[in-house]
Design a protein around this ligand. Structure first.
Ligand SMILES: Nc1ncnc2c1ncn2[C@@H]1O[C@H](COP(=O)(O)OP(=O)(O)OP(=O)(O)O)[C@@H](O)[C@H]1O
Length: 229
């Protein structure tokens, strides 16, 4: 079986009629950690949205976790998302529900029914992110770092092959950023989960080196060995 989790070939990425990125060729293998850098407005989010089916791939070929982006029907988008984890800068937790209920909400929405299995799974992902027995907490009772851990736990619920993280440390102080980066790298190593992480923070990349792609002038380039400055 192929270990390719993402494959884009000669992909052109549009926002409406505007061509944002052209001729993108991008491969991600199982268990790979990749940083995506680029100035504000360069097209990072547009690319990530294409990978999780929020933007339609009009030109070129694309495959993500076994789903062909080119003939992805809207009915199949939830199925694609079930194979991915998505982590945002602003956590996006439901503020009127506790941690347990936030996670249960996602499980139910993705077809889980058995109460005991759901409780087991929730305990399992919370322990993976170091929040065992914190299920009763409300989001507003938690620090930014803890909320980001819940967001990561939520992304892990369906054992994704790929986690897409759009600036996951953007709202965190340097110490908490460190904790979250260690957590992401541990998940990548222990479960062979691939990561694509958009970031503006080059100190993270220096501290936790991995493959780097840069989005610039409507193109994507692999700059891992070229330096990031
Ligand atoms: N919904 C939209 N409709 C039309 N154009 C959009 C839309 N979203 C983004 N764009 C445009 O697409 C281009 C790329 O934006 P995108 O959000 O992908 O950049 P980015 O690199 O993720 O930026 P940032 O680092 O600020 O998040 C920008 O010119 C932006 O104005």
């Amino acid at each position: 079986m192929s270990d390719s989790i993402v494959s884009l070939r000669q992909a052109n990425i549009y926002q409406g009629k505007n061509l944002i990125l052209s001729d993108v060729n991008f491969e991600v293998q199982k268990g790979e950690f990749i940083y995506m850098i680029g100035k504000t407005g360069s097209g990072k989010s547009s690319l990530l949205k294409t990978l999780y089916g929020d933007l339609y791939l009009k030109e070129g070929d694309g495959n993500v976790a076994g789903f062909n982006l080119k003939d992805l029907k809207w009915q199949n988008i939830p199925l694609l998302r079930r194979n991915l984890g998505i982590v945002f800068q602003d956590f996006r937790l439901l503020t009127d529900r506790n941690v347990q209920e936030n996670l249960e909400f996602v499980l139910k929405a993705t077809g889980w029914k058995d109460k005991n299995l759901m409780a087991e799974k929730i305990e399992n992902v919370l322990s993976k992110v170091g929040l065992k027995s914190k299920g009763f907490k409300m989001p507003y009772e938690m620090s930014g770092g803890e909320q980001q851990r819940v967001d990561i736990a939520r992304a892990l619920l369906n054992n994704p092959k790929l986690i897409i993280a759009d600036e996951p440390t953007g709202n965190l102080d340097p110490d908490t950023t460190d904790e979250i980066m260690q957590l992401l790298f541990n998940i990548c190593r222990d479960y062979q989960t691939a990561f694509i992480m958009a970031t503006h923070d080059y100190t993270i990349i220096q501290k936790y080196p991995a493959r780097v792609v840069r989005i610039e002038h409507g193109q994507m380039k692999d700059v891992t060995h070229a330096g990031i400055a």
